[in-house]
Design a protein around this ligand. Structure first.
Ligand SMILES: Nc1ncnc2c1ncn2[C@@H]1O[C@H](COP(=O)(O)OP(=O)(O)O)[C@@H](O)[C@H]1O
Ligand SMILES: O=c1ccn([C@@H]2O[C@H](COP(=O)(O)OP(=O)(O)O)[C@@H](O)[C@H]2O)c(=O)[nH]1
Ligand SMILES: [Mg+2]
Length: 181
């Protein structure tokens, strides 16, 4: 099914969507499993969908693999296509979207493409120390659960020179995360 067709049927479905966000290891996946049990939502982890796409041998597989290893964000259109497909295939109309959007570009693209406005955002706040400890003992064989990748995934490292920190800060404030020169 093409994206336009998928988007039409999704708009007809008028689904309830909750974005579940928080740092790596904050417990998004764990709490989503509980919410599914208690409230009948379908849990869609953007990271799980990307890992499945990578493993399926798709043309985007190598790109996805490299982005995940580096803790970088896969282009929105790739992730949105996977989310649309999973929503349509589920047969449900209530979704927890876990780990997406990862940035403002992701959020804007999702709303523009799907026309879905999320009901609310559930944000799990957790210290980096606790998140790092949890990730290092997650034991799911993930190649990004190592100290090097974990540190890359944590927000802005402010223990660097002023100019370098501002390079990261600019990325957060500029639309589409482009460099604002
Ligand atoms: N509240 C908690 N206290 C202790 N460990 C937790 C808690 N929530 C989740 N975990 C554990 O931390 C690890 C990361 O949880 P996960 O749900 O995969 O986080 P996320 O999806 O946000 O990265 C898992 O091994 C999980 O069992
Ligand atoms: O919308 C998304 C979600 C995940 N990822 C990639 O997948 C990795 C793992 O994400 P996941 O949500 O599975 O990690 P968790 O927060 O559960 O540790 C991220 O670091 C990104 O590289 C991405 O590019 N876009
Ligand atoms: Mg997760």
């Amino acid at each position: 099914m093409g994206t336009a067709e998928a988007t039409r049927s999704l708009a007809d479905l008028n689904p309830t969507v909750v974005f579940v966000l928080g740092g790596p290891g904050s417990g998004k996946g764990t709490q989503c499993a509980n919410i599914v049990q208690h409230f009948g939502f379908t849990h869609l982890s953007a990271g799980d969908l990307l890992r499945a796409e990578r493993n399926s041998g798709s043309e985007n597989g190598t790109m996805i693999s490299n982005m995940i290893k580096e803790g970088q964000i896969v282009p929105a259109e790739v992730t949105i296509k996977l989310l649309e497909r999973a929503m349509l295939e589920s047969g449900n109309d209530k979704f927890l979207i876990d780990g997406f959007p990862r940035n403002e570009e992701n959020r804007a693209a999702f709303e523009a493409v799907t026309k879905i406005v999320p009901s609310f955002v559930l944000f799990f706040d957790c210290s980096e120390e606790e998140m790092e400890m949890r990730l290092l003992s997650r034991n799911q064989g993930r190649e990004d659960d190592n100290v090097e990748t974990i540190r890359k995934r944590f927000k802005v490292d402010a223990g660097r020179p002023i100019e370098e920190v501002f390079e990261s800060v600019k990325g957060i404030f500029s639309p589409k995360n482009e460099k604002a020169d």
